[in-house]
Design a protein around this ligand. Structure first.
Ligand SMILES: [Zn+2]
Ligand SMILES: [Zn+2]
Length: 54
């Protein structure tokens, strides 16, 4: 689950591990291993909360 409108990861869901504000793309940054974007983490938490309530 990613946010397709995320400005950080450009909707990819992945960012540079050393630069969490840059997308893991050629135009972003690939100087370090890939890492999850904050939008992925946020959606994961939301999904978990909803699942717990249901
Ligand atoms: Zn994102
Ligand atoms: Zn980087």
């Amino acid at each position: 689950m990613i946010n397709p409108n995320c400005r950080v990861c450009e909707g990819q869901g992945w960012v540079c591990e050393k630069h969490p504000q840059k997308a893991w793309t050629r135009t972003g940054c690939q100087c370090a291993p890939v890492a999850r974007c904050e939008c992925q983490v946020a959606l994961a938490k939301t999904t978990r909360l909803v699942a717990t309530e249901a």
